[in-house]
Design a protein around this ligand. Structure first.
Ligand SMILES: NC(=O)c1ccc[n+]([C@@H]2O[C@H](COP(=O)([O-])OP(=O)(O)OC[C@H]3O[C@@H](n4cnc5c(N)ncnc54)[C@H](OP(=O)(O)O)[C@@H]3O)[C@@H](O)[C@H]2O)c1
Length: 250
């Protein structure tokens, strides 16, 4: 990170429960922020809260990743508002209705566009900016779901896995320029996205995951599992032979 004491952060999907918790940590460091999300009302409330918590110059802009976007102009706005961008953090996403996506290619396409292509579009612009400035951190929330296709959520998993692969390529490309690319892979997190699920031992709070994201960005990590134990759970999941895996109801 260029400016470790009070970084300038550009955030897409700032109103996500997980992002909000990560941003509280950055606010305490006096970070400068440019926040984007769909709801202007939620953005205003979030910005006010982050200012109280120490955030400096918290700017907001409405953004819908499902609408045609002009990423170049968004990045220009952020650079001109904050004087530059040290950290890009992409947090938005949706949990697709898997049966609906199986029934309709239109539903599938809508979800894949949102969870994969729109993010890659933003990253394409970001990569050129960060490469040119030869500094900074690009961090994106993907998911452990992107590591193995399961019948219950392979549309979500395929989108997250595609973004992870894209990030891996970017990391390889941007390493000589001194740009860190952080792939954040949470397990189950208790947020509005997972409101309908019954919760158990493996579930984490957005506070825990948000703090983990803050630390991973500060430390310029590569791939981070949150909470940490998901790294080992995924070692096991990935090691199950496909002949057996295809028979499991997962
Ligand atoms: N919760 C989990 O168990 C879990 C696990 C692994 C990964 N993740 C990932 O973590 C990230 C954050 O999710 P969360 O758990 O914090 O859930 P969340 O609180 O429901 O956040 C989802 C965010 O995505 C935004 N969003 C949805 N569609 C959008 C669009 N078309 N344009 C712009 N923003 C849009 C939502 O905006 P609105 O407020 O306007 O709806 C909301 O801010 C997501 O990428 C998710 O896939 C979550």
């Amino acid at each position: 990170m260029n400016n470790t004491s009070s970084p300038r952060i550009l955030v897409f999907g700032a109103t996500s429960a997980i992002a909000e918790q990560a941003l509280r940590c950055f606010a305490a460091d006096g970070a400068h922020m440019y926040l984007l999300a769909r709801s202007e009302e939620k953005l205003r409330a979030l910005a006010a809260d982050l200012r109280i918590r120490g955030g400096q110059e918290v700017h907001t802009e409405a953004f819908d990743a499902a609408a045609p976007m002009q990423p170049e102009s968004i990045f220009e706005h952020a650079v001109s508002a904050m004087g530059g961008v040290d950290v890009l953090f992409v947090a938005y996403g949706s949990l697709p209705d898997q049966p609906a996506c199986q029934a309709s290619p239109i539903a599938f396409r809508r979800e894949f566009d949102l969870n994969a292509l729109s993010i890659m579009e933003l990253l394409t612009v970001a990569a050129n900016l960060f490469e040119k400035q030869a500094a900074g951190v690009i961090a994106v929330i993907t998911s452990v779901a992107g590591e193995r296709g399961r019948q219950s959520n392979y549309v979500y998993g395929a989108a997250k896995g595609a973004v992870s692969l894209f990030l891996q390529g970017l990391r390889n490309r941007l390493f000589p320029a001194g740009v860190a690319v952080v792939d954040i892979r949470p397990g189950f997190v208790d947020t509005p996205m997972t409101r309908e699920f019954s919760k158990g031992l493996l579930w984490a709070s957005p506070e825990t995951v948000g703090h983990g994201i803050y630390k991973a960005i500060k430390r310029r990590k590569q791939v981070v599992y949150l909470p940490w134990f998901w790294r080992w759970i995924m070692v096991i999941i990935r090691s199950i032979p496909e002949t057996l895996f295809k028979r499991l109801k997962l």
